[in-house]
Design a binder for this molecule. Structure first.
Ligand code: JB2
Length: 198
């Protein structure tokens, strides 16, 4: 299989794949100056045939993952660190990665090309839509809904039953106690909207 994107996020995914004994053919990056990562060869978009490659988009930008997922002819696979704990009812879709130390509880649904980053905690009955990034150590209480493309910052806490819209940004360490509309940027405790991304 291949990784698309050859920088810091790819390093973390490489570790997951190695632990799962996946054979990594190469990485592919848009930047022709990147020739190797962690001992793996890096190929480049301009001269690489993506057709039917088993792949993960190893790029932290939610918008870039969406753009590439919608036009690359790959078969996207899931990467789950063996030291994460997922209830057997948790549903995870294609292209999503789940890092070390993550806990996801019963009846939570995780969309496609999502990043559930290191040591984050997601309680029961949550819905995490496509292209979301839950950053390290973030905590989502039960029945939280996170809309497409939203980033939950490192160490943020989201109270139970909260609905967060799409393409929002919740800052590091924010505490979200009210529903958040699409495109809102939220910081602080209690979380306040300081601007909109769109
Ligand atoms: O269209 C593309 C493309 N666009 C950007 N095709 C390919 N094949 N590669 C693309 N890239 C590449 O993604 C860039 O050239 C760059 O090498 C890589 C993105 O690397 P960056 O250093 O911006 O960050 P990252 O995505 O590896 O990690 C970010 O997100 C993680 C979740 C950082 O914020 C990390 O700190 C974070 N842990």
């Amino acid at each position: 299989m291949i990784l698309i994107g050859a920088s810091g996020h790819a390093k973390v995914i490489l570790d997951i794949l190695e632990r799962n004994n996946r054979k990594i053919k190469c990485l592919v990056d848009a930047n022709p100056n990147i020739k190797q990562l962690c001992g793996y060869k890096v190929e480049h978009d301009a001269d690489f045939d993506f057709t039917n490659q088993q792949a993960i988009l190893s790029i932290g930008s939610n918008a870039i993952r969406k753009k590439l997922a919608e036009h690359l002819p790959c078969n996207f696979v899931i990467g789950i660190h063996p030291q994460s704990v997922l209830d057997s009812t948790v549903n995870v879709k294609e292209g999503t990665v789940i890092m070390a130390g993550v806990v996801i509880n019963r009846d939570t649904q995780v969309g496609k090309h999502v990043i559930i980053n290191t040591s984050s905690s997601i309680d029961h009955d949550c819905v995490i839509e496509d292209y979301v990034h839950i950053s390290p150590n973030a905590t989502l209480c039960g029945t939280v809904h996170v809309g497409e493309g939203t980033q939950i910052g490192a160490g943020a806490v989201v109270s139970p039953n909260i609905k967060i819209g799409k393409w929002a940004v919740i800052g590091a360490g924010a505490v979200v106690i009210r529903d958040i509309p699409d495109f809102a940027v939220v910081v602080g405790s209690p979380g306040k909207i300081i601007k909109y991304t769109n």
